[in-house]
Design a protein around this ligand. Structure first.
Ligand code: OGA
Ligand code: NI
Length: 357
């Protein structure tokens, strides 16, 4: 639990948020008031949330062709109707996930000076970046989050403290990469492509994978601010786990839904690169993180992706019968477009979309 020394939330603030390295240390300034309508947070459909798809990984990886084929079919449905699902029986040990959470708490409890060496230089390809908010140079509001962003593949980069954190994270990423590989095969099949088509064409075995560690302390005025603004993720797939505290919301049929993950599942969503490869069949979902005023929330995301210099666009097999919706672009260039784009520009994918004639 964070021991954030907040002062009364109703006091006017004189804090200049632009110079602050951690959101733990100050009350909520108006630059955080990103929710114009407090009702934004309340307009949530709980009935729909209950129907978020569940994909059983053990069925997808079954040797029994009938079981596997049925699971691929369910995966296709989850990807096209939701772009978002909970993955059960994935084989990533619960103890490993718990240990990773524990070490993350320890990292955030290090004194600020100890974290300074990891400061974000604004380059999306820097191996280790620690900071606060969303994309600090491009945003007009601040967001109530501290983050660590790590390049975990092709080279594994991770802070060397607290002791053991790096090793646990390495193990975790290895496991997630194994799961991601099988899912990408299932997704290729579900699109009518060869099983290894996406993996081979993107060289994702040497892909650029980024891990994000999100730390959301309690916010004294959670109805005014957000942990993360609505956004889509840039990679193929995002894998999320959290410390038992909710806050993730997904936009589905124009409504925000709370995601209350099943115990020990991996929450998976489609990212921009898969929307491009699937030529729009599988949408990269908008999601955001809301706040609460009681508990510190931690979420860990792994975003897997193509190799940095691979040009990614709609799969050629799909273009035999349809027009491309997106231009092909190198993954590293896409990341730069994303990093530079103002949030108000809408989705980064729109910048590589062909305008409809
Ligand atoms: C992200 C993200 C959501 C969450 O890091 O890209 O969407 O619930 N996180 O923390
Ligand atoms: Ni995200």
């Amino acid at each position: 639990m964070a021991s954030a020394p907040f002062i009364s939330s109703s006091e006017p603030t004189k804090v200049d948020a632009s110079n602050i390295s951690s959101i733990k240390a100050f009350p909520i300034p108006s630059s955080y008031h990103s929710l114009a309508e407090p009702d934004d947070i309340v307009d949530v459909t709980e009935e729909l949330a209950a129907s978020i798809p569940v994909i059983d990984f053990s069925l997808l990886t079954s040797d029994d062709l009938k079981i596997h084929t049925k699971a691929v079919h369910e995966l296709a449905k989850a990807c096209s109707e939701w772009g978002f699902f909970m993955l059960t029986n994935h084989g990533v040990p619960e103890s490993l996930m718990q240990e990773l959470m524990k070490k993350t708490h320890e990292f955030y409890n290090l004194p600020e000076e100890e974290k300074e060496e990891f400061g974000d230089d604004g380059d999306p390809l820097s191996p280790i970046r620690h900071g606060t908010s969303f994309h600090p140079p491009a945003e007009s509001f601040n967001y109530w989050r501290d983050y660590l962003k790590l390049l975990t593949s092709p080279q594994f980069s991770f802070p060397h403290k607290p002791p053991g954190y790096r090793e646990v994270a390495f193990e975790y990423n290895k496991k997630i990469n194994g799961v991601a590989r099988k899912l990408l095969q299932g997704i290729s099949e579900s699109l009518g492509l060869e099983s290894d088509s996406i993996i081979d064409s993107s060289d994702s075995d040497s892909g650029l994978h980024i891990m994000g560690v999100n730390f959301y302390p309690p916010c004294p005025q959670p109805h005014l601010a957000l942990g993360l603004p609505p956004h889509s993720d840039f990679g193929f797939l995002t894998f999320l786990i959290q410390n038992g505290i909710g806050g993730l919301q997904v936009k589905h049929e124009d409504k925000w839904l709370n995601v209350n993950p099943l115990p020990n599942c991996l929450v998976v969503n489609i990212g921009d690169q898969l929307e491009a490869v699937s030529n729009g069949r599988y949408g990269s979902v908008l999601h955001r993180a809301i706040l609460n005023n009681k508990d510190t929330r931690i979420s860990l995301v792994v975003v897997n992706g193509p190799a940095r210099d691979k040009e990614i666009g709609p799969a050629p097999e799909l273009l035999e019968k349809e027009k491309p919706l997106f231009k092909s672009i190198k993954y590293c260039d896409y990341l730069l477009v994303q990093q530079k784009s103002q949030l108000s520009d809408g989705r980064t994918l729109d910048q590589i979309r062909y305008s409809s004639q």
